[in-house]
Design a protein around this ligand. Structure first.
Ligand SMILES: O=c1[nH]c(=O)n([C@H]2C[C@H](O)[C@@H](COP(=O)(O)O)O2)cc1CO
Length: 134
């Protein structure tokens, strides 16, 4: 199972540590193609924006499932979800707080879950992958 994890980078890195924990949990279920999103010392400077975009699109195409943390609003995360939808990928979005964008929670092709703690989001992820294993 190839997993595309999507989380904010230029939108804000306040949840980077949490992304790292989520990615480490996702590894119980397959290969996470976008492990760099959880790196606390992420260096963007080494590659151009075109290279970032093209590499991420290739990973998105290769992925079997998209898991996105949409708590921190991010243009890139929204773009990846939209492109993933066009590709008919299964998409699961997770967020803290009362609401996320209606363009995510209001889309019937996207499964959106609210959580508060790391333990809670891990449990929700377990539920998602149990469905895949059926
Ligand atoms: O350096 C990067 N590397 C990278 O993989 N991305 C992708 C993966 C993330 O899921 C998403 C984050 O978008 P943004 O930077 O707009 O928050 O875009 C985005 C950037 C910077 O925009």
């Amino acid at each position: 199972m190839k997993i595309y994890f999507s989380g904010s980078i230029r939108g804000g890195r306040q949840d980077a540590q949490l992304y790292q924990e989520i990615i480490s949990h996702l590894k119980n279920y397959g290969e996470v193609l976008t492990e760099h999103i959880g790196q606390m010392d992420l260096q963007e400077d080494a590659i151009t924006d075109i290279e970032i975009h093209n590499q991420d699109m290739a990973w998105l195409i290769a992925s079997d499932v998209i898991i996105a943390d949409v708590t921190v609003p991010s243009l890139g995360v929204g773009y990846e979800i939209g492109r993933g939808l066009e590709m008919k990928k299964p998409i699961y979005c997770f967020h803290r707080g009362e609401k996320t964008s209606a363009m995510i929670s209001g889309c019937k092709e996207i499964s959106t879950y609210k959580y508060e703690t790391l333990e809670e989001v891990k449990g929700l992820i377990d539920g998602v992958f149990e469905k895949f294993q059926d």
